[in-house]
Structure formats: structure tokens, C-alpha cells
Design a protein around this ligand. Structure first.
Ligand SMILES: [Fe+2]
Length: 256
């Protein structure tokens, strides 16, 4: 399919997005910090998707489309935080669907051809699915896989920096309030031994959470993303902040 997107389309979406985010910048320092956290995440995911896209050989218009998806993938986070004061979908609502609603209400995607609009909406919808649907068209899956990889790459950067921070200050938002208890859960070990991404239902403590993040290696779609994880040593950095026990060695994923 031929994607047709103009540079102006990207520019106008960028300016809509930054004006939109600015409307949430009010309130105390905690609120501002969490809004900035998602704003910065968005910017970095845009960069990651462009790195992946370039290595996959995308043309100019396809790169614009990838960047638009990255820019808009977490639109719902801002509304979610404003309404519920949390980034936890289980305690509020699905931020992907919330973002799609916001884009529709603001007519952000109205001037795109229907196929492009559909790729953007579905890539946002699928970015936080546990598993991608298998009955979706190829081009939608292609972009959905890109945003899923780019999103994971940035979260891996964020959390490995956090786990190796020097100030020792814990951030319950990043740790999802999980307790730092010894050992790890049986289900997490089983998922990893079977070389599959960890089911979040099995995550009960901080070690489980770290192992789940290491297990994303089983849910990476493209070679360039995989190579970036290897080069940036994300898995090694996670292993360093887990207990040095044979039980963890036994389940900890190795690069494929
Ligand atoms: Fe998200």
C-alpha cells in the first residue's frame, strides 16, 4: 500500500500534541513531574521508532507515519493522569482506548486517508495488548510491531537507569507499588523457561517485575530492536539488580 503523508501533516500533529500536553501542565510538582515523564517518554519513543524505521528501510512517508504513531501512542496517559491520578490502567481505564477517544474528539486524524487513519488508530490500540491479534492486516501489524518495539526500548532505558540510580530513592510510580520481597514467583519462572513474555498476572514483587522486563526479549519483533537491546546491554543491567542466585540464573533470559 502506498502511504501518502506530507511533512506539513507531521508538523501540524506535532504542534497539536505539544499544545495538548501543555494544557495538563498545571498543579503541584508531583503532577508536573509525571506529565513530564510521559512527555519525555513520548519524545524518546519517537526517536527509537525512527532508528528502527531507518534500519528497516522505510521511505520518507512511511517514516512520517511511524513518527506520528509514536507521538500519539500515549495520548491517553495525560487524560488518564488528570482524571485518575495514576498510570495504572487496572485502577483507571485502558490508556490506549482513552487516547483514541481524545484523538477522535479533537478531530486530530480527520484529514488523513482512511487507511492511514486506521493504521494509526489500530497501532495505538494494539500497543499495549499482551499479544497482537493474528487476524489483522499485514501493514497494521507492521506498524503495531514497530511501536511495541520502540515503546519497550524506551521503557528498558528508563528502568535500567532507575535500577542503577545513585540516590537510592524509590519511585512507586515506576515500581507500580510492588513490594521488594525476596525470591520470585513460580509463574514468572515458568513463563521465562518456556521462552514467552511474562504474564503480568504472575507479577507479585519487584523481582518478578524486573524478570518480566527482561522477558520482553521474547516479545521483540524486529532485528534492529533486538540489536539495540544487545548493544545497550539492557538485559545485563537488569540481571545486575536481581539476586545473585542459581534460581534466578536458571530462568533469566539470555540473548537469543
Ligand atoms: Fe502506552
Amino acid at each position: 500500500m502506498h502511504i501518502n503523508i506530507k511533512e506539513d501533516d507531521l508538523a501540524s500533529i506535532k504542534s497539536w500534541f505539544s499544545a495538548f500536553v501543555n494544557t495538563f501542565k498545571k498543579g503541584g510538582p508531583d503532577i508536573l513531574e509525571n506529565i513530564k515523564l510521559k512527555e519525555d517518554h513520548t519524545q524518546r519513543v519517537c526517536k527509537e521508532i525512527l532508528i528502527i524505521g531507518k534500519q528497516l528501510g522505510l521511505n520518507k512517508d512511511e517514516m512520517y507515519l511511524a513518527e506520528i504513531i509514536a507521538l500519539l501512542h500515549d495520548t491517553g496517559r495525560f487524560e488518564q493522569y488528570a482524571r485518575y491520578g495514576t498510570f495504572n490502567d487496572k485502577k483507571s481505564e485502558n490508556h490506549a482506548e482513552l487516547g483514541i477517544k481524545v484523538l477522535q474528539e479533537n478531530n486530530v486524524l480527520d484529514h488523513f486517508q482512511d487507511t492511514v487513519k486506521s493504521i494509526i488508530v489500530k497501532s495505538i490500540r494494539y500497543h499495549n495488548y499482551a499479544v497482537l491479534p493474528d487476524d489483522e492486516d499485514e501493514i497494521t501489524l507492521f506498524y503495531s510491531k514497530m511501536i511495541r518495539d520502540a515503546d519497550k526500548l524506551d521503557i528498558l532505558k528508563l528502568i535500567t537507569e532507575y535500577y542503577h540510580r545513585n540516590n537510592g530513592k524509590r519511585n512507586p510510580v515506576l515500581e507500580l507499588g510492588l513490594p521488594d520481597t525476596p525470591g520470585f514467583s513460580y509463574g514468572v519462572g515458568e513463563d521465562l523457561k518456556n521462552k514467552r513474555a511474562v504474564n503480568f498476572k504472575n507479577v507479585h514483587n519487584l523481582n518478578d517485575f524486573k524478570l518480566m522486563q527482561a522477558g520482553w526479549i521474547f516479545d521483540i519483533n524486529y532485528k534492529p530492536s533486538y540489536e539495540l537491546i544487545r548493544k545497550r546491554r539492557y538485559l545485563e543491567k537488569i540481571r545486575e539488580v536481581l539476586p545473585d542466585t542459581p534460581e534466578i540464573d536458571e530462568v533469566f533470559p539470555s540473548l537469543l
